[in-house]
Design a protein around this ligand. Structure first.
Ligand code: ZN
Length: 128
């Protein structure tokens, strides 16, 4: 029974550490999730088709080799609103809103990823 008391301060310490880590993580996500300067980078066949600011509301229709898909950008979120691919994985993945996230439609070879427009100068390096 004395052992239980002995561990109590350690338990408290762990809780504090976990809370601090969670706080840091939340702050990190908060800044990471600042999509005000983010763009949706849409690629077809691995080549950049269009880059659209997440601040806009837009619907982009894509066509590639008989495959069709629509990407919707609204209020900082991006998602496949339509696709005629058989698996529908891209549509089912739902919306993405954070830098670095992406949705890929393998059958149509469409992809959309969120990138920070601050890195625009490095964009060529990232793409190639
Ligand atoms: Zn798909």
């Amino acid at each position: 029974m004395n052992k239980r008391k002995l561990f109590a301060p350690c338990d408290f310490l762990i809780i504090v550490v976990v809370a601090l880590i969670a706080l840091c993580f939340t702050l990190f996500l908060f800044f990471q999730n600042d999509t005000s300067s983010s763009v949706a980078c849409i690629k077809i066949n691995g080549e950049v088709y269009r880059e659209i600011s997440l601040n806009q509301t837009q619907n982009i229709d894509l066509e590639n080799n008989g495959h069709h898909a629509s990407i919707h950008i609204d209020n900082g979120e991006v998602y496949f609103s339509f696709s005629d691919c058989p698996d529908k994985l891209c549509v089912n993945q739902g919306a993405i809103s954070r830098n670095g996230e992406s949705i890929v439609c393998l059958p149509g070879r469409f992809s959309v990823s969120i990138i920070s427009s601050d890195k625009e100068n490095d964009l060529d390096a990232v793409i190639n």
